[in-house]
Design a protein around this ligand. Structure first.
Ligand code: MG
Length: 382
């Protein structure tokens, strides 16, 4: 029923490339609804509550966590998907799942784990998200992982090196053949960008690490500021910030919908296969919005991500992750029993390291800090 309302080039239940392990179709739900529900019930999804991007969990209760970020991505994705007659359920699934493989402590954690894993195949959070849904969640009797549809897995794997793509089978093919994913995957990728750019501006302002005056250095953000200032000159700063951020989200979303609509009209895909075969992404911002986006990213990098207080926490996080990894590599008997038994089943050093990386990547910020304390602080109980 629902699919009849969707565009012919949307991801449809009827044209899904299916699941790795055959299953009967669910009663009363579509295939992508089932995928979404499996994500929501997963352990990795619940852990997102205590994982962060810019601010570490204990720095404040009001900043975004990976969980609230993922919900914002899903919300933005659904709006875009619905406006373009695409599959909202699939976009929502990808939005909720896209960060499942993130390490504790945001990008600092991912970068240092990648460094630690250099000799053993590296660590990439995006690939890890796929590993979580394909292998690491242990929920079902008949198969490992969540056994999601090809389309959800294709959407989760946003980027991938050719070397890794070759090891992934069907879902890695598009990186080798230079094909595109579904429109639902394309739009969720950009919804992620809209969400983090906007909420980092918001969190940056509310944390006091950046000021409204600084924001005005970016021409596009200054127009939003002036618009709010003109309409509501008496408004306290806290509400001004919110008025600016909501404009920032809306303008980008509307630009993305309108630009993508006209690109679809021009390119005229008829099926999802036409979408995949197209030489480039069909979902896109206008050229102006692309430039404005870059300016926001540059501003956030220079003023927020490089802020000395953020850098101090990142440096501390990196040290903790590195020390945890080295301690477990040197003596696997320090690992909790279930990981020890997984390590014992491995024959190569790389496979052993991968289990340790899985353990560390699965940690929340506070769990990583507590594990670090137990291993390195002589006064703490183990
Ligand atoms: Mg994200």
């Amino acid at each position: 029923m629902q699919n009849r309302l969707l565009a012919s080039y949307a991801a449809l239940d009827e044209t899904t490339r299916g699941r790795r392990h055959a299953e009967e179709s669910p009663a009363y739900r579509g295939e992508f609804q089932r995928d979404r529900d499996r994500i929501i019930h997963s352990t990795a999804f619940r852990r997102l509550e205590y994982k962060t991007q810019v601010f570490v969990n204990h720095e404040g209760d009001l900043f975004r966590t990976r969980l609230t970020h993922s919900i914002e991505v899903a919300q933005i994705s659904r709006t875009i998907a619905r406006s373009l007659n695409l599959n909202e359920d699939l976009s929502e699934t990808i939005g909720l799942a896209h960060d499942l493989g993130h390490t504790p402590f945001g990008h600092a954690g991912q970068d240092v784990l990648n460094e630690c894993m250099q000799e053993y195949g590296g660590f990439e959070h995006n690939l890890q998200s796929l590993r979580v849904v394909d292998e690491l969640e242990e929920k079902y009797a008949q198969f490992p992982g969540l056994n999601l549809t090809f389309e959800s897995r294709e959407g989760i794997l946003k980027h991938c090196s050719n070397k890794n793509a070759k090891l992934l089978g069907d879902v890695g093919e598009r990186f080798i053949k230079k094909l595109q994913p579904s429109l639902e995957a394309q739009l969720t990728n950009l919804a992620d960008e809209i969400a983090y750019n906007s909420h980092d501006v918001d969190d940056g302002l509310r944390s006091g690490l950046i000021s409204l005056q600084q924001l005005r250095e970016v021409a596009f953000l200054n127009t939003l500021y002036e618009d709010v200032e003109k309409k509501y000159p008496e408004l306290p700063d806290r509400r001004k910030i919110y008025e600016i951020v909501r404009r920032l989200i809306s303008i980008q979303v509307i630009d993305l919908i309108e630009t993508s609509k006209s690109r679809i009209d021009l390119i005229k895909p008829e099926t999802i296969s036409d979408v995949r075969q197209h030489s480039e992404s069909i979902i896109s911002y206008s050229k102006t919005m692309c430039e404005q986006n870059l300016a926001i990213k540059r501003f956030l990098r220079e003023n927020l991500y490089m802020h000395y207080r953020v850098r101090r926490m990142s440096a501390k996080s990196s040290r903790m992750i590195k020390e945890l990894f080295n301690a477990f590599m040197d003596d696997t008997l320090l690992l909790p029993p279930e990981y020890q038994s997984s390590v014992k089943q491995q024959t190569t050093q790389s496979d052993k390291a991968r289990i340790i990386a899985d353990y560390i990547a699965g940690m929340t910020d506070r769990y990583a800090m507590s594990e670090h304390g137990k291993l390195f602080d002589p006064k703490q109980l183990t």
